[in-house]
Ligand binder design. Structure first.
Ligand SMILES: [Zn+2]
Length: 238
């Protein structure tokens, strides 16, 4: 390996570390995205179910109301017939019977009208609740779509970054001799993605954080390609 290659390898190493970092971020974001979808779709589904029940209940109350209103119409007709009939009757017994019938019909109509009123109040309350829940649901969906878009954008940005870094790395690697790449890659694999270690504080290996023996350091200073005697990484001094 020639000494001039090492700065390029160091650059590739940095880019590869960045790439790893972005790949980790992508994994986390995708997981977060999946969890977000699952949780929120469930909440939205529950809310939709709630709204469906309210609408069903509303229809039921309306049907009951309609049924009672129809009954009132029929009873009123009957009542008017009975009232007309009562005017034609002579027999006191028959008159009494019809008057009783009229009384009874009036009572039933009053009861039905009370029930209709109650149902109207109920349906008004349900209608208000329906409006509230619809609005809530609409807001939830809007919020969901907004956050979903933000997460998707974030994921796409990270994917772009990964693509750029990968292209950059490939381009830089294409300029390194085959044999050097093999050595570099093997070291990367065995040394936790850091094949090359800078000498820091004049005598410390950046890879293992131990002092480099004087003799080794001299060789590095001379420009020889030397591996750290402790961790085996290629040492680099600017
Ligand atoms: Zn070392």
């Amino acid at each position: 390996m020639r000494r001039e290659i090492i700065p390029s390898l160091l650059e590739i190493q940095e880019l590869m570390l960045q790439l790893k970092d972005y790949e980790r971020r992508l994994k986390n974001l995708e997981l977060e995205f999946e969890n977000y979808l699952n949780e929120n779709l469930k909440v939205i589904n529950d809310k939709e179910e709630e709204l469906r029940k309210i609408i069903d209940n509303f229809k039921l109350i309306r049907d009951q109301q309609k049924e009672k209103e129809d009954k009132v119409v029929i009873y009123r007709e009957k009542l008017s017939q009975e009232e007309k009939r009562s005017l034609t009757l002579k027999n006191p017994k028959e008159v009494m019977h019809v008057e009783k019938e009229i009384e009874n019909l009036k009572k039933q109509i009053t009861n039905l009208e009370d029930e209709i009123l109650n149902l109207m109040i109920q349906s008004e309350e349900i209608d208000l609740r329906k409006k509230d829940v619809s609005l809530e649901l609409q807001k939830m969906k809007e919020e969901f779509e907004k956050k979903k878009k933000i997460l998707e954008n974030e994921i796409n940005l990270v994917k772009d970054e990964i693509r750029n870094l990968s292209n950059n790395i490939s381009e830089k690697r294409s300029k390194i001799p085959e044999q050097d790449l093999i050595e570099f890659d093997n070291l990367l694999k065995s040394k936790n993605s850091r094949a090359i270690a800078r000498v820091i504080n004049k005598e410390i290996c950046e890879g293992c954080r131990l002092s480099i023996p004087k003799a080794v350091l001299e060789k590095v200073k001379k420009g020889d390609i030397v591996n750290c005697p402790n961790c085996g990484r290629i040492l680099w001094l600017e």
